[in-house]
Design a protein around this ligand. Sequence first.
Ligand SMILES: Cc1cc2nc3c(=O)[nH]c(=O)nc-3n(C[C@H](O)[C@H](O)[C@H](O)COP(=O)(O)O)c2cc1C
Length: 205
Amino acid sequence: MKVLMINGSPRAEGNTYVALREMEKIFKEEGIETEILQVGNKAVRGCIACGSCAKNGKCVSDDAVNKAAPKFAECDGLVIASPVYYASANATLIAFLDRLFYSTGFDKTMKVGASVVAARRGGLSATFDELNKYFTISGMPVASSQYWNSIHGRMPGEAKEDGEGLQTMRVLARNMAFLMKSIALGKEKYGLPEKEERVSTHFIR
Ligand SMILES: Cc1cc2nc3c(=O)[nH]c(=O)nc-3n(C[C@H](O)[C@H](O)[C@H](O)COP(=O)(O)O)c2cc1C
């Protein structure tokens, strides 16, 4: 059982990383493998809407997105973590996630998702909502904690002093582990939910 953790901060060991490390400790106790992918410091362009992924099954820009795709396909859980920039997620992370979710055709149903946000002071819950939307359009159940998954700090490492934020991360990781294990049992017993042929409509027909 494996959790892939995406760090959307350009600071490899900043406050977002503090949150991810706190979760990692619990995953280890639960016997769950983890991998942190550092994305926020990579050169990742936005989606150019060329549609070639629909034919080739991968993004036309062969970068961190195509490297992450097989890891996403294999994992049982995905954590998306971001620093808050102007009450939103880091722009590189958003470019990465748009292309990762759009270009990959594999079934994401019942992979458990969790998002985590780090900020000095404000814009946390808006960013948290923004990130959760990648899961909820993909059939991915969202793990939750005792509070919205946020941690406070400005300079790298300050988040280590946010006792409530750290506890929120530990509880989140325990809840996520429980969900992943329960879903694995459920899949064995009942299989994945039945799939319907996709109906795709928009506002003009
Ligand atoms: C461009 C930029 C915009 C930011 N916008 C916000 C913001 O809207 N709200 C906030 O509380 N902190 C904001 N911050 C502070 C960061 O969210 C904070 O330093 C956070 O701990 C960074 O996480 P990291 O160490 O993982 O990179 C901003 C920082 C930068 C560089």
